[in-house]
Design a protein around this ligand. Sequence first.
Ligand code: G
Ligand code: G
Ligand code: NA
Length: 249
Amino acid sequence: QSRVGRELERLSVGEFMLHYQPIVDPASGRTLCCEALLRVGMPDGGLESPAAFLPWFERAGLLREVDLWVARAASRQLDAWAEQGLHMQVEVNLTVDTLADEDAVTELAELVARHHGALALEVTEQALSADPENVAAALRTLRRAGARIYIDDFGTGHSSLSYLHLFEVDAIKIDRSFVLALDGAAGQRVFSGLLALARQLGLDVVVEGVETAAQLEFVGRHGTVAVQGWYYSRPLAPVALEDYLRTGA
Ligand code: G
Ligand code: G
Ligand code: NA
């Protein structure tokens, strides 16, 4: 059996799972939403990061299957949480392969509509520039169905800034590399510039990869931004996220 065959089998037998990382409003400490992140359970009870296996799916042209698996699993989780009276917004990651596929976009739009905005979508800046026209059309469809659209890894995609205005999006997620650079004056100016650009474009901001109090303090000077990072929490299994939401820790 090929490596891709084995990976696909793991996808279907349920060794794949989603963890959820809180995205927090620093002013109130309230969790605004969370990002679904794919994990694979290992026989020894450990977890494998998607970085280890996504390239296999990419080479086999199967990222679309992964994205749809993630969206369906997040949708089931939202249903389970709603039954407990927990109303959370979950962001899932989409690749350009998925956005270019009409059937996939149709299914995603149905899921989005069913959850009335509780299912949000992240698209990397790279994906926007890879196939701008198809991606813009797909995002319009999904946004009309009620999805909030986040541009992921914002600031790292080089070419797409010039046609950012073509995409109907709601928010940007500022890449962790900009947070790491906050220990220098130049990095701080770049960060402030990105925030000013987001404001100018009327976009909400999530800052990713905040780990320290010093980073949080600097970020907090830039007005209302949401924060995702280890400072608040690592990605958590669903039950651990429920605990986090109850206790705030
Ligand atoms: O969570 P972690 O840091 O291990 O993720 C490693 C990489 O895998 C990150 O770049 C992240 O964006 C990506 N990733 C995690 N979950 C998903 C997912 O559900 N779909 C896609 N397409 N990428 C994911
Ligand atoms: O590619 P994307 O930006 O979606 O990936 C987010 C990834 O960043 C996740 O895999 C998550 O595990 C990781 N991550 C989230 N917060 C932090 C953080 O504070 N520090 C580091 N090093 N990684 C983080
Ligand atoms: Na993401």
